[in-house]
Design a protein around this ligand. Structure first.
Ligand code: KIV
Length: 271
């Protein structure tokens, strides 16, 4: 029997046991009550309230504009829709880079105002002090290495990271530093599969990959991408499980037709 089916609530400890048992961890993003309720009911292990909300919910080009207040709004809606999965919330750009006190204050707001279980932040050694301070306050922290979208203007492109040895070596060091600091897991975004395999094997905490190959301990996808709501974004790593864009368009076309033709509402659909 899988740990996912066995436990009443997924905790950071469940994730560690999953890694030890070789059971892969399934994570998906969500930003609102209704989708979170469906994903939790379907048995997802982790919901990430990602700062990708900036892109898929608000229509911004990058994740940079989303604010802490907006993340809190999304996260508290997700928490109200869920009973069982672990909920991780992204600290948005500008809410933790200043110093570790700012990072802790932003984390405390998320924990108090949303009821979520953990936070995620991007970076390695450069954010170590913040990671340690948040963990020492009793809040579980997930790291995020590789392509870190909050630094997009430093990278200049969303292409695969850590292909060169120097960057790969830094990523390996950062992963160990984050584990040593007490992180319960690390997202590895858009890095070569061989590097993700090596990092995952060297860590005792789980890695969650996105565009990082099948040897990570788990996978994460943005809900709008995996449900085919977002049709313009088609990176190689993405598997779309539905074409919801097409299905919704057909349904709305049908509804428009029914309204225009006076077919809707009919006798039984009125008072
Ligand atoms: O914000 C987000 O959705 C993320 C995932 C892509 C890992 O950080």
């Amino acid at each position: 029997m899988s740990l996912n089916k066995e436990v009443k609530k997924i905790t950071t400890n469940t994730l560690l046991k999953m890694k030890q048992a070789g059971e892969k961890i399934a994570m998906i993003t969500a930003y609102d009550f209704s989708f979170a309720k469906i994903f939790d009911g379907a048995g997802i292990d982790i919901i990430l309230v990602g700062d990708s909300a900036s892109n898929v919910m608000a229509g911004h080009e990058t994740t940079l504009p989303i604010t802490l207040d907006q993340m809190i709004y999304h996260a508290s809606s997700v928490v109200r829709g869920t009973k069982r999965c672990l909920i991780v919330v992204d600290l948005p750009f500008g809410s933790y880079q200043g110093n570790s006190k700012e990072a802790l204050n932003s984390t405390i707001r998320i924990m108090k105002e949303t009821g979520a279980h953990a936070i995620k932040l991007e970076g390695g050694e450069e954010i170590l002090e913040s990671v340690k301070r948040i963990i020492s306050a009793g809040v579980p922290v997930m790291g995020h290495l590789g392509l870190t979208p909050q630094s997009i203007y430093k990278f200049g492109t969303y292409t695969v990271r850590a292909k060169e040895e120097e960057e790969a070596e830094k990523l390996k060091r950062d992963a160990l530093i984050l584990q040593e600091a007490g992180c319960f897991g690390i997202v590895l975004e858009k890095i070569p599969a061989a590097l993700a395999k090596e990092v995952s094997a060297n860590l005792s905490i789980p890695t969650i990959g996105i565009g990082a190959g099948h040897d990570c301990d788990g996978q994460v996808l943005v809900m709008h991408d995996m449900l085919g709501i977002n049709t313009e974004f088609k990176p190689r790593f993405l598997r779309a499980y539905m074409n919801l864009h097409e299905q919704i368009t057909q349904a709305v076309n049908h509804y428009i037709e029914d309204v225009k033709s006076k077919d809707f509402p009919n006798e039984s659909e009125q008072y």
